[in-house]
Design a binder for this molecule. Sequence first.
Ligand SMILES: O=P(O)(O)OC[C@H]1O[C@H](OP(=O)(O)OP(=O)(O)O)[C@H](O)[C@@H]1O
Ligand SMILES: Nc1nc2[nH]cnc2c(=O)[nH]1
Length: 187
Amino acid sequence: MLEILKESLLTCPMVKREKDGVVYNYFIHPITDGIPAVTAELLRDVTAAMLKSLDLKNVDKIVVSEAMGIHIGTALTLATGIPFVVIRKREYRLPGEVVIGQETGYSKGNLYMNCVNKGDRVVIIDDVISTGGTIKGILPALKIAGAELVDILFVVNRGSPDIGIPYKTLVTIDVDENGVKIIDSAF
Ligand SMILES: O=P(O)(O)OC[C@H]1O[C@H](OP(=O)(O)OP(=O)(O)O)[C@H](O)[C@@H]1O
Ligand SMILES: Nc1nc2[nH]cnc2c(=O)[nH]1
């Protein structure tokens, strides 16, 4: 399990990104970017590991954020029958919409959470955790909505940030100019 994920990380394309004069080695991977192509084998590998790792008992909803939470959310919903809801970068102004401030290593803006209801038991899954800025915005939004957080999982962990509560990751990586190194793996 996770062999396909690990091998694809070790061989994925790299580019350099720059923010405020700091150059950042950026890995490009099907799960985190949709590039190179997302294969069925990779999605099955990741889905099997999510199923093994996550506590899904009596969970009402899987919560993902756009864009790169959507394909793993789709896969987990197909595997479990549990519906997923997408935290969007677009505002809908539905009653009960919760606005989330998001700050990552290279972006700042708002996210909008709809249709997570009082008493919902939810799990959050996302493609990658890096600074933890996104999840730290989502956690108070779940409280505002009155949802109960059951579990959190990130497929790729780059940075192991402290977010104040425990979370699960499938693969922990380090990245330098030579590419990705696998530091730890759930399976
Ligand atoms: O731990 P953090 O530093 O917050 O980074 C993780 C977040 O960054 C990426 O999303 P991004 O906002 O780049 O949007 P995308 O999914 O559309 O690429 C990723 O999908 C996570 O949601
Ligand atoms: N795809 C991708 N997402 C990231 N999030 C934080 N660092 C990275 C990276 O190097 N690549």
